[in-house]
Design a protein around this ligand. Sequence first.
Ligand SMILES: NC(=O)c1ccc[n+]([C@@H]2O[C@H](COP(=O)([O-])OP(=O)(O)OC[C@H]3O[C@@H](n4cnc5c(N)ncnc54)[C@H](O)[C@@H]3O)[C@@H](O)[C@H]2O)c1
Length: 242
Amino acid sequence: MARFEGKTVIVTGGASGIGAAIAERFASEGASVVIADLRAESATAQAAKLINAIGVGCDVGDEAAVVACVDAAVAHTGRIDVIVNNAGLMTFKTLDQWTADDWLKVLRVDLLGAAFFTRELFRRVGPEGGAIINISSVHAVETSANAAPYAAAKAALLSLTRTSAIEGKAKNIRANAILPGAIDTPMLWENPNVKSGAEVIDKASVGQPRDVAAAAVFLASDDAAFITGASLAVDGGRLAAL
Ligand SMILES: NC(=O)c1ccc[n+]([C@@H]2O[C@H](COP(=O)([O-])OP(=O)(O)OC[C@H]3O[C@@H](n4cnc5c(N)ncnc54)[C@H](O)[C@@H]3O)[C@@H](O)[C@H]2O)c1
């Protein structure tokens, strides 16, 4: 039997890149998938390519929209089992230029969005429990210039993962983070630091969205039953190098 048969999985930012690959992989393993993305039409179009999926327009940084999205997922299948907090954005300025709005724009999506979906899973999960996968970044650990809010949000996401693992024990919820390195998606190639050469990307060390998807399904599966609060780098060894 497919290992996610009967399970409902929400993938945020699932209309593109890593999220699309994660949604595809969960669907291929039997899950009912809800693709929650700011771009509603793209979410619906992406969902239409999968076996058992719906697309929902959702700004993850909007608390009410997150509640409505989880309502839609529960209305669709009657349950919620796994949340993949993947939606993210990165903006670029030097430290002397950031405004409060700039900071909040990134923190709202990359950190608060995950916190809102975490809260909803904690409130609505069934007695069998569930799993949270937070898509962080190697920027949580090492970073480059001009990306302070992104690096801070991704580091805070690791902290949220730890708290979720601790508080999740009582509800049988496991929470783990993935730290992707350079992955072949629009976000990577549109990064001004990459375009300018300030962040050097060795093309031989660029991973594919499916590499992150493989880690996500593992962490959500029963094979990872004793893994919670962990951070898994999926970076081709990037963090290991001096
Ligand atoms: N690509 C990389 O090299 C890389 C490396 C490390 C971490 N990541 C992380 O992986 C995740 C996915 O990135 P990607 O490379 O696939 O990017 P992407 O730009 O291809 O996809 C991001 C998706 O998130 C959606 N999104 C953006 N803001 C949203 C919001 N407010 N609400 C809902 N959806 C929203 C976008 O519409 C898009 O579909 C991000 O969290 C990113 O930080 C990516």
